[in-house]
Design a protein around this ligand. Structure first.
Ligand SMILES: [Zn+2]
Length: 139
């Protein structure tokens, strides 16, 4: 979704046909149709097909949520998104000689957090983390 789309004119409890929704969002009919394939819930039981305003608002907001980018010293927590490792300790498990996964305890929720890492990037990672190798024989 390249431009900001305002859902201001969408009412949560109203049903919209594709063309009505497109007009309210100032988008094309084709764009609205394409959203169905991308996961927008559409009621296809009758004619015309209808979209619940609430679903439309939720879909647009989900599309606009900024992609979570990780800094070099971050991992991805299942709950918090990008996060830092508790005490900067991470455990490296090699899947292949070239690739593996870093796992740490999230410093926010203390849940598991992960990041894929190439073996060649471990030296660089070592400036941010204390890396413990789970299986040093393969690493
Ligand atoms: Zn967390």
């Amino acid at each position: 979704m390249p431009k900001r789309v305002s859902t201001r004119r969408i009412k949560a409890n109203r049903h919209y046909q594709y063309d009505e929704a497109a007009e309210a969002l100032e988008l094309t009919y084709q764009t609205l149709r394409s959203w169905r394939a991308k996961g927008l819930p559409v009621m296809t039981g009758g004619r015309p097909h209808l979209i619940l305003g609430e679903d439309l608002i939720a879909f647009v907001k989900a599309q606009q949520r900024p992609r979570l980018k990780m800094a070099p010293d971050q991992l991805r927590c299942l709950k918090c998104g990008p996060t830092r490792a508790l005490d900067r300790v991470v455990f490296y498990t090699a899947y292949t000689p070239q690739r593996g996964q870093l796992e740490a305890v999230c410093e926010v929720c203390e849940g598991p957090s992960f990041r894929f890492a190439g073996a060649s990037s471990l030296a660089e990672m070592a400036q941010f983390f204390e890396i413990v190798r789970n299986n040093p024989s393969q690493g």
